[in-house]
Design a protein around this ligand. Structure first.
Ligand code: FE2
Length: 245
């Protein structure tokens, strides 16, 4: 695979008759990706979606998508019906996210782990942006005996991936934008089943069509509703996990 990857780069260099000036710019830029600590960002934004696609195409349960660079394992356990950790004055509209975890044969998966993490209203993730409480807008929820969960959180905001480092220079040079549509990140797991890594999106977000990370799929767009007596929006979404083969 390494030989083929290099040959693919050689082919592009030959096709575009890459000059020494361009080679030096490329070399400096590749070095700066490391110096800026942006290799995880670069790979998760521009390569992970293909790897995810290759490795989950056999599944008959729910579609997933990329994990991205902002996952932190072992977020605090919250129970099955709970509010995610947030600041007293956390900005954003309330969102109740609820559903059931099942196996592909319909069996409810009691005790399934639902890990949720998302950006705040300013587009920042705890543990990656300064000044946020350690586990802000992150939690592990354990489905009840019927596989059900109900999580009170807030509607996340769309955000731009960081543009002040090497990835931002690439975006500017290529004439792209840096936006990701608003999304919830999830990992859902249950014994004897493949873990599902997903992101869920919201209808009407202009960047659902041109996500910089190419991670949106139609099956992952939620349908939030307004329900009498409940503040903000409510959304139902079930997870169907594939048994391990
Ligand atoms: Fe994200």
């Amino acid at each position: 695979m390494a030989t083929e990857a290099l040959e693919a780069i050689h082919e592009v260099a030959r096709r575009h008759k890459m000059t020494y000036d361009e080679y030096r710019i490329l070399k400096d830029w590749l070095i700066s990706v490391g110096e800026d600590g942006e290799w995880p960002l670069f790979l998760d934004v521009w390569l992970e979606h293909v790897i995810e696609d290759i490795n989950t195409s056999h599944r008959t349960g729910n579609k997933g998508t990329i994990e991205g660079p902002y996952y932190v394992p072992d977020a605090p356990e919250m129970g099955s019906h709970a509010k995610i950790s947030m600041r007293e004055d956390e900005k954003g509209e309330s969102l109740r996210f609820q559903g059931q975890v099942r196996s592909t044969d319909g069996t409810p998966l009691g005790g399934a782990k639902v890990e949720l993490w998302h950006a705040d209203a300013d587009g920042f993730y705890s543990q990656y942006a300064p000044g946020l409480p350690e586990w802000n807008l992150r939690g592990t929820f354990t489905a009840d005996e019927e596989g059900r969960f109900q999580i009170d959180t807030l509607l996340p905001a769309p955000y731009q991936i960081p543009t002040d480092g090497a990835c931002g220079k690439l975006i500017a040079a290529a004439g792209w934008h840096a936006w990701r549509p608003a999304h919830l990140h999830l990992k859902v797991g249950s014994q004897g089943h493949e873990q599902l890594t997903a992101q869920l999106y919201f209808p009407g977000d202009p960047h659902n069509e041109d996500d910089i990370a190419s991670a949106v799929k139609p099956e992952l767009v939620l349908d939030p509703k307004t329900v009498d007596g409940i503040d903000g929006k409510v959304v139902d979404y079930d997870f169907v996990l594939d048994p391990l083969s």
